[in-house]
Design a protein around this ligand. Sequence first.
Ligand code: SAM
Length: 262
Amino acid sequence: MIDELFLDKAHLFLIVLNHRWQGARGEAEHLARLLRRYKIKPGDRILDLGCGNGRIAINLAMMGYRVTGLDYSNLFIEDAVEKSRKYNVYDKVEFIHGNAFDIDKIFNREKFKLVFMYWTTLIGYSLDPAKDLELLKKIHGIVEEGGYFMLLNHASIESLDYRALEEGVSHYKDLDEYALISKATYEPARSILHISWRFYRKMNEDLMFIGEVSYDIKIYSMHEIVEMSEKAGWKLIDAYCSIKTMEPYKPGRCSLNIVFTK
Ligand SMILES: C[S@@+](CC[C@H](N)C(=O)[O-])C[C@H]1O[C@@H](n2cnc3c(N)ncnc32)[C@H](O)[C@@H]1O
């Protein structure tokens, strides 16, 4: 079902990705500070897994980092390559169109100092904990000894606003020349969020409906993510509320940002 969002109707999600570019430089600067904290240097190999249209990878490359971005949406990768030209880092950042579940074959014997996933990427999409564990193991296989895995800006059970979900509240989001109305419900027995997004183009005072997409995502608690990652061989080092403030993770207050090492 997540394929509807990223593949079948990727043109709609591209609107959301493009909107997020407004804060891209700031987000990448916060991430760069985190990288310095763990002594990850510009020459070290970094993989942005599920890189979308390159917002983080390109901005890190502009700061001198050596980043590879991988995404299974051809539309997003083509857009990322085009943006890397626009920002003059075409030869400093690499984009690969591929499935994260194939990273063991794609990278064969290549190793990274860091693999990160930014903004609830991949873990929880298959709705199958066994697949999530498989992916965590595959990531472990392509990171060098002493290297890192970071799950950044990630959703967690602790960060859900249950009351809003119960009431089935719709949210309006302004996306410049577009608008998005989202609705979500939560299924506690399986911890699955059912989300539907309706996209509109702004036309003077009116909104013209241009398409809709529905998807499900499994939401884990921090301890479930930690247990699953430890099964895959990862060691927890730190968890933050936000990479901007670097405050420790506080359930109920913020998104999840976890740093693991190998
Ligand atoms: C919420 S977006 C985040 C994109 C990006 N990290 C960002 O911050 O803009 C999730 C991304 O994961 C990608 N993705 C989902 N499943 C994937 C898979 N199996 N292999 C590679 N990429 C995948 C989607 O195409 C999408 O670009």
